[in-house]
Design a binder for this molecule. Structure first.
Ligand SMILES: *Cc1c(COP(=O)(O)O)cnc(C)c1O
Length: 446
């Protein structure tokens, strides 16, 4: 019997409360109180690869991909690579039977290098460069999602054989009241609006272009969406638009891509989009909307990014300094910040943090975890309770950093970007090495 068995209250204090809704699926705590992911102690990763470092739970990522396929049978799942993409991640995606969304030549090259079949790739972008389009056509991507009239003309000139395309429409669904970042409303840069017939005109133009094979419509209503009914509304509006196209041109489109944006929790109590509920809404709405328009049921496609990649990731930071400002907050300064996590500054994002290298015994204190960059707003987590004896050298783990962290990292202050380290079944694998000062200087050719 250990001390911890005798003193339940002490055990409570000794085990960081790691909310399974927030932390990677394989997260645990070992006998020394160290947080483990994939049966690897995070301190071992910090020792070997140094900090800051992105840790990826391969099991978490693959399991979430599998859950999508199981919950949404009959629906094609296309992973949004912009949330997190390396060649290994692309391989996991392909192995789990998902398609892959890309929005640049770099993402496309990464997907191909990871072994993703070109026909399973969808190309997005509201301002695709001519080179991006040429490249995509040359490698034979499965779908290109058209976002402007200019692009229709460009693509017609580039296509050697008939290219399958979708038209991106903005269905005018306001998700702003739903803790989401809105992209499906009219006054923004993406897509063709349904309301004033821009989408109908785009469809007419594409249908009149023999090099382009219009297979369907696409929309993306926003991000961090937790209400599945919003997707039902999108389906209804797009089926109506597809019926209008049939009426005007006698063409039946067979594909309906409702985008991604599925919400995930970052702190305890946050909602997530429920996959079972989404499956139900998709089924019922497709049935009723298609029946109402007497339209044949199209193949449905979803494009989750964050919902597959976010919870697989944890960022490790070393504590550099602890500073109690007289009359102000207590700051725990760490060796990373806005260069590896721009979401706090961009969106006011909230995170969950835990001490990762030892038992968190004793009292706690309220602190702000601050980054290392020369910017007052460079904070990672504000007003969080951490052990009062936290000190330089301690290791902090921040959860929910799989999506839009590695992919959005910068080199602000000439700080090299962190490595990406995958863990699985007790083994670590370096996926992306740390960016060095030599890497940064190598680009400076002046
Ligand atoms: C960003 C994006 C996604 C993925 O968004 P998540 O919030 O990561 O699910 C899917 N489709 C398109 C077109 C996007 O722009």
């Amino acid at each position: 019997m250990t001390l911890l068995d005798i003193l339940p209250s002490l055990r409570y204090a000794a085990t960081p409360r790691l909310d399974p809704a927030i932390w990677p699926l394989t997260t645990g705590v070992d006998a020394q109180g160290r947080i483990t992911v994939g049966r690897v102690a995070l301190t071992d990763i910090a020792d070997e690869f140094h900090t800051p470092a992105y840790v990826l739970d391969e099991t978490d990522f693959r399991t979430r991909a599998q859950r999508y396929r199981e919950a949404l049978r009959g629906t094609e799942v296309v992973y949004a690579g912009k949330s997190l993409l390396t060649t290994a991640v692309a391989r996991w995606v392909a192995e789990e039977g998902l398609g892959l969304d890309v929005c640049s030549a770099g993402e496309l090259a990464t997907a191909l290098a990871g072994g993703v079949a070109p026909e399973r790739i969808v190309l997005h972008g509201n301002a695709k460069a001519c080179d991006d389009l040429r490249n995509a056509v040359d490698v034979g991507v499965g779908r290109i999602v058209l976002d402007s009239s200019m692009e229709i003309a460009y693509l017609a000139g580039l296509a050697r054989k008939r290219q399958r395309v979708l038209i991106r429409v903005t269905p005018g669904i306001d998700v702003a009241g739903h803790r989401a970042v809105a992209t499906g409303v009219c006054d923004q840069k993406f897509g063709f609006t349904l309301a004033d017939r821009q989408a109908a005109q785009a469809a007419a133009r594409v249908l009149a272009t023999p090099q382009l094979d219009l297979v369907g419509l696409h929309c993306h209503i926003g991000s961090q969406v937790t209400d599945p009914l919003l997707y039902g509304e999108a389906i209804r509006r797009l089926i109506t638009a597809m019926a209008d196209i049939r009426h005007a041109h006698g063409v039946v489109l067979t594909e309906l891509n409702i985008g991604g944006g599925h919400g995930v929790p970052y702190v305890g109590g946050d909602d997530a989009l429920d996959l079972g509920a989404l499956a139900g809404v998709i089924d019922e709405t497709l049935d009723s909307a298609c029946a109402a328009e007497r339209f044949p049921r199209p193949r449905l496609v979803v494009e989750p990014g964050r919902a597959i990649s976010a919870r697989a990731g944890v960022t490790l930071y070393r504590v550099c300094a602890v500073k109690a400002q007289p009359g102000g907050r207590t700051f725990v300064a760490v060796d990373g910040g806005m260069s590896d996590n721009p979401r706090v500054g961009l969106y006011g994002a909230k995170y969950t943090v835990a001490l990762a290298n030892r038992h968190a015994l004793g009292p706690t204190m309220r602190v702000t975890v601050a980054g290392r960059h020369c910017e007052a707003g460079d904070e990672i987590v504000r007003d969080v309770d951490l052990p009062a004896d936290i000190h330089p050298g301690d290791l902090l783990a921040v959860a929910g950093t799989g999506a839009y962290h590695h992919s959005m990292a910068s080199t602000y202050n000439m700080v090299g970007r962190p490595p990406v380290v995958a863990v699985r079944d007790g083994a670590t694998r370096l996926l992306v090495r740390r960016e060095t000062t030599a890497d940064l200087l190598a680009r400076d050719v002046g």
